[in-house]
Design a protein around this ligand. Structure first.
Ligand SMILES: C[S@@+](CC[C@H](N)C(=O)[O-])C[C@H]1O[C@@H](n2cnc3c(N)ncnc32)[C@H](O)[C@@H]1O
Length: 341
């Protein structure tokens, strides 16, 4: 029978104090909400893993959190992998740069690999991984492939944490803009459903639904791995370069049987076409463009409304004007970023 447990990570159990110590250090580089950080920290403090794998580093906010959480755990080591050598949102900086900059004393406990998928580096890291954070693309086939690449290297009992398991869902409550941008970011939610094993969720959340969760790997995870391969039949939102397609296939052939490999090959034939790539990118940009236009129209509307209003109404309309203006700025920057990549 499947079990779901809840972990109380906000109150001072399982070492919340140790997370408080680095509050200021990670505030501007962490891509997680407070309760998500508390959850990740609590799982590490409670289980004291020895060999930790992190997929998706960005500036290094979650790497700092993990390194801080293992600072007094003897022989515990963090291996991090990021697809990009340079930071995805600012190419002048190196991926993971904040670790050396802010906690150099913990860098002996850290090994960082950048410039490729997990299957490029995982043999160097080896087996017996007992804790893993997966926080990469959030769009299909992203983490589905990532998970399949690293599963053979995980111990039974290993805890795999997925971030952004409900991004597509909770952003629906936002007023405008993000809904369309995030609607395809459902990969980790799908994985939370498909991967067999005990599920762990945070007890206290500040979003309408938990956006972080974990799964404890056991025999059933491996026996029922078809359920995960089957997710590859869901729509893909980007294509994989040709050389990576065969590299991934060769990696899978070492661990999975032919009928599973066939699912991967069929998905490649169906989804991995240049035309689809162009189509999905155009649609993605088109979504963003229409959201920017909508926010711009509202900003203009509230600009004139606040100029002519009085008292309390003026204050509220000015607030809305500033809100939509900021929306335009953020979405435009986002659009520029995705065009660059
Ligand atoms: C959401 S950010 C990671 C945030 C980080 N975990 C944190 O909480 O501070 C996603 C990162 O994943 C990287 N990435 C994207 N696809 C990847 C893949 N398949 N394998 C490894 N890294 C990937 C991107 O380059 C980016 O730096």
């Amino acid at each position: 029978m499947q079990t779901i447990t809840r972990i109380n990570s906000i109150q001072n159990v399982f070492g919340y104090d140790i997370l408080e110590e680095i509050k200021d250090v990670i505030e501007d580089c962490s891509m997680m909400a407070d309760y998500e950080r508390a959850f990740l920290n609590a799982l590490i403090r409670k289980n004291k893993p020895q060999k930790i794998l992190e997929l998706g580093v960005a500036k290094g906010g979650s790497s700092i959190l993990i390194l801080n959480a293992i600072k007094d755990i003897e022989n515990s080591h963090l291996y991090s992998i990021d697809y990009l050598e340079n930071l995805y949102c600012d190419k002048s900086k190196k991926t993971g740069y904040v670790v050396e900059e802010r906690i150099p004393q913990l860098s002996p406990k850290w090994t960082l690999y950048t410039g490729g998928l997990a299957c490029k580096f995982i043999d160097k890291i080896g087996t017996d991984i007992d804790f893993c954070l997966i926080d990469t693309v959030h769009r299909n086939p992203g983490e589905i492939l990532d998970f399949l690449m690293i599963l053979p290297y995980l111990k039974d009992g290993a805890i795999v944490v997925f971030h952004d398991i409900a991004l597509h869902f909770i952003t629906k409550v936002d007023i405008i803009g993000w809904t369309k941008t995030y609607q395809k970011t459902n990969t980790n939610g799908l994985l939370m459903s498909a991967i067999k094993g005990t599920k762990i969720l945070p007890e206290y959340v500040t979003t309408p639904y938990p956006n972080i969760g974990a799964i404890v790997i056991d025999k059933s995870t491996r026996e029922q791995i078809w359920d995960v391969f089957n997710l590859l039949t869901q729509n893909w939102t980007y294509t994989i370069p040709e050389e990576e397609v065969s590299f991934i296939q060769k990696h899978f052939e070492r661990f999975y049987n032919n009928s599973l490999i066939e699912i991967y090959k069929t998905a490649i034939q169906i989804y991995n076409k240049e035309t689809d790539k162009n189509l999905s990118q155009t649609m993605y940009s088109a979504d963003l463009k229409s959201n920017i236009k909508e926010a711009q129209t509202k900003a203009t509307k509230y600009f004139w409304l606040y100029k002519t209003a009085l008292g309390k109404k003026r204050k509220e309309k000015k607030r809305l004007y500033k809100y939509y203006k900021e929306r335009v700025r953020i979405l435009s920057k986002y659009l520029a970023d995705i065009k660059e990549h």
